[in-house]
Design a protein around this ligand. Structure first.
Ligand SMILES: [Zn+2]
Length: 539
């Protein structure tokens, strides 16, 4: 199986995105993750451009990467000076990476009108810079900037630039669609011409301005390129770079080429989400292959069909890229959705069971009020257990009060919450707590009260809290939906609350979160009690 090299530039080109910025620590973590994933090259940054990138190259040497080679990025020497005198080339060598990538012009028009140098002088700049770097570095990649535009404008000059780099010792020439405006057919034609012109291996680097970066990368590979440059999730300036997640999945699952081992491919979604998380970005639900909607089914008919034969509405088996099939609980839910969902929670339902009809009715009613259980599956499981088995919460609220006080313009407000609830044995607990806001105070008071009856509540931590205003009308009187994500050492779970009152909505989600902890621990205890100890196994 032929191997296609992956050259990741999330840490360099990806950082050109207007809303992406990584700290040095983030960059190191991403480098480790990409290495474990099986990326062949990691472009760490432009050492001449900022101190953070220089710091990265300093630190990355101590990371002990097992697989990936680190590349430093820069440009060819300036016209009119020697390579030795060029500050940028000097900084590139100081990064001490095994690979250096330099970008140079290959489109005649900008050379003449922007650089304002003769075309022959541009060829010299390329040849000199590549030859100089090759004397110091194992691998020198030449990024042929604007190659596809250059090839359409003046094929002779564009190819002459590639030859200059090849003859000077470039170990790979990467053809760049710098403006991102090419279409796959142009890319394939120009890549074939480049192959005929030089014997050095070729790479492809595409931008996504015409939303064709992935398609163009695939076209170049089919025309003979052996390396794809891109970024995780397609981060990059303007409309972004080629999204490596899609490139890898397409090359590997559709064309049968090899980029990473199959077991690494199964972590693709985790890698994509990890990079989003470090960029402090909500993962794109609709991202092909790795988005959580990529294999989600909503319409009742589709759900019934995928249960019989998943291939009807799924182009690959989702597990191959670490994703999974989801059935959405929505107002389109049919009975088969409920049955499917229940099975996910280990409950076998018959779609003709009257309880299913009851649950569906309740679900539709809640959804019409703004509840949404995608992302709040713990709330759904509790709802299902109530409808089917009469599950009851193990504590009862008698009342709560939240007081917010702000004494002066420049002072932070103080919040205090008091709560009264009845425990499982009828004992009443009355507790107060302060917090840095109403939800925080309420959460602390509730935990304090419940820990008395259920010490395991202490293991729960609140991981995420999201508020969404529903609808466009109503201003500050609008309905809000609160989603809370909680976790303990074993699991994570999401719960939901909806109300006109933010504190009430938060309260509902908080109560479900803690109730779910008690329910799931109870379930686990029941399961282990039902499993008889096997004789002969010790200790
Ligand atoms: Zn680029």
């Amino acid at each position: 199986m032929s191997v296609i090299q992956l050259y990741d530039t999330t840490l360099r080109d990806g950082c050109q995105s207007e809303d992406v910025s990584f700290t040095l620590e983030d960059k190191l973590r991403i480098a480790e993750r990409l290495d474990a994933f099986g990326v062949h090259y990691i472009e760490g940054g432009w050492p001449g451009s900022n101190p953070r990138d220089a710091g990265f190259f300093e630190r990355v040497r101590h990371l002990n990467l097992r697989h990936a080679r680190v590349a430093a990025f820069g440009s060819t020497r300036r016209h009119g000076i020697t390579c030795e005198a060029d500050h940028n080339l000097g900084m590139l060598l100081r990064a001490e990476t095994p690979v250096v990538t330099i970008v140079g012009r290959t489109w005649d028009l900008p050379v003449e009108r922007d650089l304002r140098i003769a075309l022959a002088a541009n060829l010299e700049v390329i040849a000199d810079s590549v030859a100089y770097l090759r004397r110091h570095v194992d691998e020198v990649i030449f990024d042929a900037e604007h190659f596809f535009d250059g090839y359409r404008s003046s094929p002779d000059f564009a190819l002459a630039c590639l030859r200059a780099a090849a003859e000077a010792g470039a170990t790979l020439i990467c053809l760049c669609d710098t403006r991102g405006g090419s279409i796959p057919d142009w890319v394939a034609t120009a890549t074939r011409a480049a192959r005929a012109a030089v014997s050095v291996p070729l790479g492809i680097h595409c931008h996504n301005d015409a939303e064709l970066a992935v398609a163009n990368s695939i076209a170049a590979v089919q025309a003979g390129a052996v390396q794809v440059q891109g970024t995780i999730n397609g981060f990059g300036e303007r409309c972004g770079n080629a999204n490596l997640c899609s490139v890898i999945a397409n090359l590997q699952l559709k064309l049968g080429l090899s980029c990473v081992p199959p077991e690494a491919l199964a972590t693709l979604q985790a890698v994509a989400h990890c990079v989003d998380e470090l960029a402090n970005r909500e993962p794109d639900k609709r991202q092909p292959y790795v988005g959580i909607s990529a294999f989600a089914h909503k319409g009742g008919l589709h759900v019934a069909a995928v249960q019989r034969m998943r291939e009807i509405y799924e182009h690959i088996e989702p597990g191959l890229v670490g994703n999974r099939q989801r059935v959405l609980l929505s107002d389109l839910s049919g009975r088969s959705n409920i049955v499917y969902k229940a099975r996910e929670f280990g409950v076998d339902l018959d779609s003709h069971d009257p309880a299913v009809r009851r649950l569906l009715h309740e679900l539709k009613e809640l959804e019409s009020r703004g509840y949404q259980f995608e992302g709040a599956e713990a709330s759904f499981e509790l709802l299902m257990q109530r409808a089917l088995h009469g599950h009851e919460r193990r504590f009862r609220l008698i009342g709560f009060r939240v007081i917010d006080e702000k004494r002066a313009e420049h002072e932070a407000p103080l919040t205090e919450a008091t709560i009264m609830l009845e425990g499982p044995d009828g004992e009443v607990e009355h507790t107060a707590a302060t917090g840095n806001g109403p939800v925080h105070a309420l959460d602390r008071a509730l935990r304090k009260a419940l820990t008395k009856f259920f010490p395991e509540i202490e293991e729960v931590s609140l991981l995420d809290f999201k508020v969404r205003v529903l609808g466009t009308e109503g201003g500050t009187g609008a309905v809000v939906r609160v989603l809370i994500e909680s976790g303990d050492s074993r699991d994570r779970w999401g719960t939901v609350g909806v109300s006109h009152n933010l504190i009430e909505a938060s309260w509902q989600a908080l109560v479900d979160a803690l109730d779910y902890k008690l329910y799931k621990d109870g379930k686990a205890a029941d399961e282990s009690a039902c499993t008889p100890a096997r004789a002969g196994e010790g200790p």
